[in-house]
Design a protein around this ligand. Structure first.
Ligand code: NAD
Length: 250
């Protein structure tokens, strides 16, 4: 029996990295998936590369009108949804002394405001309970030099899971955060503005702090999300599931 047979799942940031690996895994498990992200071409290529029921909808989670359009399409195509993986995130490096207002605003616009409204605007589509998984980060409990705004935004995500668990319990909607450690995805190279060599160096530096001694794979995160999404985890809500090779424990 497939874990997500017939379930309707929406994944933000679904054309790359963790979101893409999760879209693939959800489809393997029988879900009907809607992915959203900002890059139309990458989204369409992703949807075409996955054998199954995948719909790609271009959209920026920090733009409320894009979220309205996304959920209008979900409603039209599926009538409801069962699972939301609110995963899109932004994380540029910016030490305190050098960070600009634009950097700060962009980080919070996507990771905090964008995620808040991604969830709020999905609520009318949850008809019969459901599961919401929020991508936070191991940075939500660590001091990470150069990433303080990012870490603070991910701590907010962790706290959203706590409050929304209580707000949504009567609708039988579970809300969990999921916090990756350093994962091999395009994120470091594409979002930090580092050269490929600097990005590799930064990734190696993060990985050296992981007790398991390596970076994680996007598929290992997808496996954790595929545990939190279905009823298999029916008594788990409000947690922050670290998928970080033990990094948060150091
Ligand atoms: P990625 O760059 O491979 O993918 C990020 C995805 O999010 C892309 O599809 C991108 O288009 C999308 N996205 C970014 N901003 C968006 C916006 N405003 N609206 C819609 N889509 C947007 O990165 P990833 O590593 O897969 O990151 C996914 C999530 O995991 C992010 O929230 C990130 O903060 C978090 N995370 C990543 C790591 C890591 O080491 N890779 C560690 C901890 C947390």
């Amino acid at each position: 029996m497939k874990k997500l047979e017939g379930r309707v799942a929406v994944i933000t940031g679904g054309s790359s990295g963790i979101g893409l690996a999760t879209a693939r895994r959800f489809v393997e498990e029988g879900a009907r998936v809607v992915i959203t992200g900002r890059r139309e071409k990458a989204l369409q290529e992703t949807a075409a590369s996955i054998q199954g029921d995948v719909t790609a909808v271009r959209g920026d989670v920090s733009r409320l009108e894009d979220l309205d359009r996304l959920y209008a399409i979900v409603k039209e195509k599926h009538g409801h949804m069962d699972i939301l993986f609110a995963n899109a995130g932004a994380g540029t490096i910016a030490p305190l002394a050098a960070a600009t207002e634009a950097h700060f605003d962009q980080t919070f616009d996507v990771n905090v405001k964008g995620l808040f409204f991604t969830v709020q605007k999905a609520l009318p589509l949850f008809k019969d309970g459901g599961s919401i998984i929020l991508t936070s980060s191991v940075a939500n409990v660590l001091g990470v030099p150069g990433f303080s705004a990012y870490a603070a935004s991910k701590a907010a995500v962790r706290n959203f899971a706590r409050a929304w668990t209580l707000e949504l319990k009567d609708r039988n909607i579970r809300v969990n955060a999921m916090s990756p450690g350093p994962i091999d995805t395009p994120a470091l190279a594409t979002t930090t503005g580092l050269t490929p060599e600097q990005a590799e160096q930064a990734a190696a530096q993060f990985a050296s702090q992981v007790p398991m001694g390596r970076r994680g794979k996007a598929e290992e995160i997808a496996a954790a999300v595929t545990f939190l999404a279905p009823d298999e985890s029916s008594y788990i809500t409000g947690v922050d599931l670290a998928v970080d090779g033990g990094m948060a424990q150091v």
